[in-house]
Design a binder for this molecule. Sequence first.
Ligand code: SF4
Ligand code: SF4
Length: 189
Amino acid sequence: MITLGTQGKNTFLEAVNAKSGANVLECYQCGKCVGTCPVSQYMDFPPREIMQMIKLGLKNESYMANSHWFCLTCSACSGRCPREIDIPAVMEAVRHLAIEENYINDSKKVREIRKFHEIFLSMIKRYGRNYELRMMAEFNIRTRNLFKDMHLAPKALLKGKIPLGVKPLKSAKAIRRMYEIAEKLEKKK
Ligand code: SF4
Ligand code: SF4
């Protein structure tokens, strides 16, 4: 097995590997993930650099970077990674660890992404599915950008791309119960 990077005690690397199930040490810095990632140009550090930062134990820098917030979990990178590293799982692990350890990136973009996550999850909790129109409205209100993308709404509505209402899924109640259980478990931590 090819392993590059820090071989000594690197608790950050250990935590990321344990949470993601990946072995970040296997990354040999080829950069294929960067070439594939659709949002790498918006990240403070593209996935290849995040891998190296983890290997070097740069916890603060990794947590505070916007990279793991911008990651779409699309898996385009891992599909091309010659080491078959589950890169989105690594990004997610960094995001979760940063939240657990109270590292907050307070940039406007990250705040908006967090709000988007919160609103999306609340839609799923309420309806068992997304309610796009309400989601757009809530997002615009909560980010104080009332008219964001409003010019697209009439066309999308006319073409039926955004339904006016939403019919909750039959399983919505069971999904809500799942949320409640997860929230209780979170509180116990
Ligand atoms: S594609 Fe895989 S091996 Fe190459 S830099 Fe990205 S994570 Fe590392
Ligand atoms: S999973 Fe994340 S890091 Fe990988 S290509 Fe998609 S957005 Fe980029």
